[in-house]
Write a protein that binds this ligand. Structure first.
Ligand code: UGA
Length: 432
């Protein structure tokens, strides 16, 4: 099939590359000329394991192209995927859909034969209806169909999530398009992926409901971790103990810092905004947002307790600052709350991250980047393990703390308390 991906962010680039690898002819379009040049030169603007190799392979095979020319690319394609960003509006909780509607207006001018317009961007319920309206201003209704096909990729695991999805959701009110989309995904369905065909509005809501549910699961285990700390119970046992119940399931039950990233914080807010619009009350999701917002403060109180309430002039090291491992993404990372707070209280902060220095932390007083774990922890009073990179799992703390003993606060529970204590270091973790 001939596919056009509009937007070469996470969703557009990963899906475009993976669709081309399944044998389709794919054009990835972006307004940003520098980004397109970069991609044409075999480089990607994001950190995603395995993506560069797969992209270069398919670019060389000519199954994958990159272009700035939206109109031409749309004309040459059968299915148009809208993969642009839907960030939270400034001073609001609702999704900013300007990029989606701008793209659709361009598409509307380029429909030369039957096209399926698919939203892969996360868009609120009824966006498909509005897209249909925009397209029908310039085109006859039998020239296009609007479908919702939300994406469930995780950063850092995106290729695997694309190739082996738990499910593929297609929301379509028209049989012809449903059949075409099912055919497109057939290579994945034949390997075991579930295919759910539903109404367009339902597919739009499934995406928000999934992210909100996962955010709720994480928040639930984080709150239980607080209780475990007070009752001397190991949260890991609770996660296993409840996760073994198949109705609950063991995944996304790792207690840690506040959840972050470009999706959960944004989508939990946007679903509330949709619910408000339709006068429904999602009180549970509202509590999740509140609890998650409080979480960084709570962990910072713990940091203060660990340091006997003396943060001023203390040397604090952060290992990992991104919102999770295997990504360079800093969006809504809890480190962006913790580091400025500790700096304000007079701490001297060093950090190391496998994906390098972060511009978001550049201007904060007394914060500096070190290019190795060894340099980052040297002379430290407190080492905070913030992100669960594999690189940190086998650190030899005994060697690193020879000259000066530091305290470890493991916010991802990746170390064994017994082992670290044996090395003569004070160790704190989450919910145990
Ligand atoms: C999330 C969803 O998992 C994807 O299915 C979805 O496609 C994506 O959003 C999206 O809407 O585009 P992502 O934001 O990449 O993916 O990251 P997750 O792996 O879900 O992690 C989100 C946050 O939850 C991170 O801060 C992570 O550290 C935290 N988390 C996750 C926990 O604290 N505990 C867990 O057990 C799992």
């Amino acid at each position: 099939m001939k596919l056009c991906m509009i937007g070469t962010g996470y969703v557009g680039l990963v899906s475009g590359v993976c669709f081309s690898d399944l044998g389709n002819d794919v054009i990835c379009v972006d307004k940003d000329k520098n980004k397109i040049l970069l991609l044409q030169n075999g480089k990607i603007p994001i950190y995603e394991p395995g993506l560069t190799e797969l992209m270069v392979k398919n670019y060389k095979n000519k199954k994958l192209k990159f272009s700035n020319d939206l109109k031409k690319s749309v004309k040459e394609s059968d299915i148009i995927f809208i993969c642009v960003g839907t960030p939270t509006k400034k001073k609001s909780i609702s999704a900013d859909l300007r990029q989606v509607y701008n793209a659709v207006k361009e598409v509307a001018k380029s429909i030369n034969k039957f096209k399926i317009i698919v939203t892969k961007s996360t868009v609120p319920v009824t966006t498909g209806d509005k897209i249909e309206k925009i397209l029908s201003k310039k085109n006859n209704k039998n020239k296009f169909s609007v479908v919702s096909n939300p994406e469930f990729l995780r950063e850092g695991e995106a290729i695997r999530d694309f190739i082996y999805p738990d499910r593929i959701v297609v929301g379509s009110n028209d049989k012809k398009s449903s059949k075409i989309l099912k055919n497109l995904y057939n290579p994945l369905i034949s390997k075991g992926a579930q295919f759910l065909l539903t109404q367009r509005r339902a597919a739009e809501l499934i995406k928000y409901a999934s992210n909100s549910f996962l955010a709720t699961k994480i928040t639930f285990i984080n709150e239980l971790a607080n209780l475990c700390e007070k009752t001397n119970i190991n949260i890991e046992d609770i996660s296993i103990g409840i996760g073994l119940d198949k109705r609950i399931g063991g995944r996304f039950l790792r207690a840690g810092p506040a959840y972050g990233g470009s999706c959960f914080p944004k989508d939990t807010k946007a679903i509330i905004s949709t619910a408000n619009k339709f006068k429904a009350n999602l009180s549970l999701v509202k509590s999740v947002i509140k609890s998650n917002n409080n979480r960084s403060k709570l962990l910072l109180n713990r940091v203060s307790d660990i340091l006997n309430k003396k943060i001023k002039n203390k040397k604090i090291t952060f290992l990992g600052v991104t919102f999770k491992a295997n990504t360079d993404d800093m969006r809504d990372s809890s480190s962006l709350i913790m580091i400025p707070f500790l700096s304000k209280k007079g701490a001297i902060i060093k950090y190391y991250d496998p994906t390098g220095e972060k511009k978001e932390l550049n201007k904060i007083k007394n914060v500096s980047y070190e290019n190795s774990i060894k340099k980052a922890v040297k002379n430290s009073d407190l080492v905070i393990l913030h992100t669960e990179w594999n690189d940190f799992k086998s650190i030899n703390f005994k060697n690193l703390s020879k000259k000066k003993k530091f305290i470890i606060y493991d916010m991802r529970n990746i170390y064994s308390p017994e082992k670290i204590n044996k090395q003569g270091l004070k160790y704190f973790s989450i919910g145990r």
